[in-house]
Design a protein around this ligand. Structure first.
Ligand SMILES: [Zn+2]
Ligand SMILES: [Zn+2]
Length: 350
């Protein structure tokens, strides 16, 4: 099998050849057809996340060491299974849920693998989909996405699931109140589309790059704002009906300040983006405004099945997806880092 691996933090991925693994126990072997290229892979390739205040979270401190095969939006054909895997759809295409845990702890057993204290995510701690074959630890992580475009299905595993789970945390959202979507990159556009699929229309997309506003409106945003403009905070406060919630797909100091400043009393601010930064939180102000500040990390496998059902229903509008060859993953990561990608890129695993 071949893969594109991190062999040194911060450097371009390298093509590698090795023996195709043989599934054991409950494992399933998937021949990967497509894999979405996610912005978080930019940080993983760099070898760290910026935690704010000059602190860095190093992948090596999580026990990760090169070579690492990233790729956590895999879609492909089930080709083999271990002796304890049970009934497995050999020969059929499946979307792979990548946010797998240890499989034994309380969170994993209740189906919240994404909150496992010792995560074993596919494409992060375990080898992922920037490869022509990958092992999935259990068939329960295979999701039937029949009826969804196979080029679009991969991005549901991360950006779709992440935005669905985050937007759900803003519920209930009254129809006449506004929701801010901070960031109009791939995740931001998906969050807008997800809110529209749930029937909400008063969506304001905020990005420092006005060239993304066209795509945001096409995804369903009713208003667009530049958080760097001096008059944006006042304009947000003037939105008729008020702002009941904000979902931040950037996760920077500025987006947090603008979003939280705009919330009405009882409003919710959900952070998803991993840009990095920190804010000073007024204890009294948070109490008096009865604000909720919540982090949201990907989602669980049940939620992924709900996202796929939403996509299959036709309510979830597809965001722009560009197909590129597997050999272009490093260039794609460079472009994601530079912020020049509109929508999402899916690598075709030849
Ligand atoms: Zn991702
Ligand atoms: Zn666990």
């Amino acid at each position: 099998m071949q893969s594109y691996d991190i062999t040194e933090w911060g450097k371009p991925l390298q093509k590698a050849l090795r023996d195709t693994p043989v599934p054991t126990g409950t494992e399933v072997l998937v021949r990967v057809k497509y894999c979405g290229v996610c912005h978080s892979d930019v940080h993983i390739r760099d070898g760290y996340f910026d935690m704010g205040g000059g602190k860095k979270f190093h992948m090596s401190d999580r026990g990760m060491k090169p070579p690492v095969t990233m790729g956590h939006e895999p879609y492909g054909t089930v080709v083999a299974a271990g002796p304890e895997a049970g009934a497995v759809p050999i020969g059929q295409d499946r979307l792979v849920f990548p946010w797998t845990g240890c499989g034994k702890c309380a969170r994993c057993l209740e189906g919240a693998d994404n909150l496992c204290p010792t995560p074993r995510y596919l494409g992060i701690q375990r080898p992922g989909g920037y490869a022509d074959h990958m092992l999935v630890p259990h068939p329960r992580y295979l999701v039937d996405a029949t009826g969804v475009d196979p080029l679009y299905a991969p991005i549901l595993a991360c950006s779709g699931l992440t935005t669905y789970s985050a937007v759900n945390k803003l519920k209930p959202f009254p129809a006449d109140e506004w929701i801010l979507v901070m960031g109009a990159g791939g995740l931001g556009l998906m969050a807008v589309a997800m809110l529209r699929a749930m029937g909400h229309e008063r969506i304001a997309s905020c990005d420092i790059d006005p060239s993304k506003f066209g795509a945001a409106r096409a995804a369903g945003a009713a208003e667009t704002f530049n958080p760097a403009d001096a008059d944006t905070p006042a304009k947000l406060l003037a939105l008729p009906g008020g702002v009941c919630g904000a979902v931040d797909l950037v996760g920077a100091t500025q987006t947090a300040q603008v979003a939280m400043g705009a919330l009405r009393k009882g409003g919710k601010y959900v952070i998803v983006g991993l840009y990095g930064g920190e804010i000073a939180l007024s204890m009294v102000g948070t109490v008096q405004r009865a604000l909720t500040v919540q982090g949201s990390y990907v989602g669980n496998v049940a939620e992924l099945r709900e996202v796929v059902a939403l996509a299959r229903s036709g309510k979830l509008k597809a965001i722009p997806v560009e197909k590129r060859a597997m050999s272009e993953i490093s260039r794609t990561l460079d472009e994601l880092k530079a912020g020049t990608v509109i929508g999402r890129v899916v690598a075709e695993i030849a």
